[in-house]
Design a protein around this ligand. Structure first.
Ligand SMILES: *Cc1c(COP(=O)(O)O)cnc(C)c1O
Length: 430
């Protein structure tokens, strides 16, 4: 059992100068209770905190650390690049290499623009879809998160659900009026919205596999039918692959599920742990972005050389290795192990998994949309989270988050995780 004296002291100190003690809300442990763990360093599959505790990491910085922390090739690539200065505000050859590498891995991308976060990528893709179609409204799905740009903060998944924020002060009615929402996996509801707002909908944006309400898989034909609907109605289909991109496959969900979007957004893995996002797609749409077209989008640090070097190195490793097979095997092993532990304890539970994204919900019915995820026994999840943390397993601090496996995990780590789950459930029964 861990001692957390220094972490708890640092949290008190952090709260004096930083809102809520954190620079991003989900880190605050608000829904699971208690105080966050302050990290000192990380290597491979492990996090080390300021109190000297070690954890097996199932957050992986929310995705980017897919090959583990402080990967030697990425560290050394960054170190080399730093010698040439950290930013120029002028183009580099590295940006071309990055764009070409992404195009070689991801289907269906003619042009790609680099930005500095997933938020920027989604915000810019939506602006582009609006500029391209001349329409204002768009559809998003309840429980999907597309970053914190104004238009998206309506029924926006994990961070808000965790903090129980229903509507966000600071977002004008005018903005939210153009955001239409419906339940994930409900194609009829989408069709109804499209019919009600004929020729007014610029885009449908979706996480092709949702990771911000736990891990929720698209039901059979849901995405195919969305694709057909968008084509028929001249609506731009945007796949938000900030989480799924380079995680589910080299080409993300587009490749794995064999469906092509019109625009795709990236973040997380694409930066190799540095702040990077990107959006790209078909020439006919992307050519409307400035300076080619009139839809304005810019960034002082966009295509930053250090970030490009880190991202390029990680993507190259993913492109040349057999990490996706290895991750699938490890994730399936964990999935089976957890499954038998939960069965043993006769807990009502659902495990959703695709590739190296997995989530556990304490529910007796299937979890296919946000309402399902919200009506699970999330108090029990919170207790489970703390039991796991005490045993050195660092899960995302919310029932509304997907867990992310990294390929530095060894089978011993997975066995330890399964054993910890068994002990945690036993402890919670008493
Ligand atoms: C994390 C995330 C974003 C936002 O990315 P940031 O880099 O945090 O701005 C957008 N969409 C999805 C699906 C995400 O998971």
């Amino acid at each position: 059992m861990n001692n957390n004296t220094i972490s708890s002291h640092l949290f008190e100190k952090a709260k004096i100068s930083i809102p809520g003690g954190v620079n991003s809300p989900v880190r605050a442990f608000k829904s699971v209770g208690g105080h966050p763990i302050f990290i000192e360093s990380a290597k491979g599959a492990y996090l080390f905190d300021v109190d000297g505790n070690q954890y097996i990491d199932y957050i992986a910085s929310w995705g980017p650390m897919i090959l583990g922390h402080a990967h030697p090739e990425i560290v050394s690539a960054i170190q080399q690049q730093v010698n040439y200065s950290t930013s120029y505000g002028a183009p580099t050859q590295l940006e071309i290499e990055m764009a070409e590498l992404i195009k070689s891995m991801v289907p269906n991308i003619d042009l790609i623009r680099m930005v500095s976060s997933g938020t920027e990528a989604c915000m810019s893709a939506l602006r582009l879809a609006r500029g391209y179609t001349g329409r204002n409204k768009f559809i998003k799905f309840e429980g999907c998160y597309h970053g914190h740009a104004d238009s998206f903060l309506v029924k926006a998944g994990s961070g808000l659900a965790t903090l129980d924020i229903q509507s966000v002060p600071g977002i004008t009615a005018g903005v939210s009026m153009d955001t239409l929402t419906c339940a994930y996996n409900d194609i009829k509801a989408v069709q109804n919205l499209v019919n009600q707002h004929k020729n007014q909908i610029a885009a449908i944006i979706i996480e092709p596999v949702a990771g911000n309400m736990g891990c929720i898989l698209p039901e059979k034909n849901f995405l195919t039918e969305l694709r057909i609907l968008c084509t028929n109605e001249n609506i731009v289909l945007i796949f938000d692959e900030v989480m799924t991109g380079f995680r589910l496959a080299k080409g993300g969900a587009q490749e794995l599920l064999n469906i092509e979007a019109d625009l795709v957004t990236f973040g997380k893995i694409i930066g190799g742990g540095l702040p990077v996002g990107a959006f790209g797609g078909k020439q006919s749409i992307m050519s409307h972005i400035a300076p080619l077209g009139k839809v304005y989008q810019a960034g002082t640090l966009s295509g930053n050389p250090i970030a490009m070097r880190a991202g390029y190195t990680l993507l190259s490793l993913l492109n040349s290795g057999n990490h996706y097979e290895s991750l699938e095997k490890k994730s399936a092993y964990l999935h089976e192990g957890l499954n038998s532990v939960f069965l043993d304890h006769k807990m009502p539970f659902v495990i959703n998994r695709i590739g190296s994204m997995i989530s556990v919900h304490f529910s007796d019915g299937p979890i296919n949309n946000f309402d399902h995820a919200a009506s699970a026994n999330n108090d029990f999840f919170n207790a489970f989270f703390h039991q796991m943390l005490k045993r050195g397993i660092y899960l995302p601090p919310s029932a509304f988050e997907s867990w992310f496996l990294n390929d530095a995990l060894i089978y011993q780590d997975l066995d330890n995780t399964i054993k910890a789950a068994d002990q945690s459930l036993a402890a919670l029964k008493q």
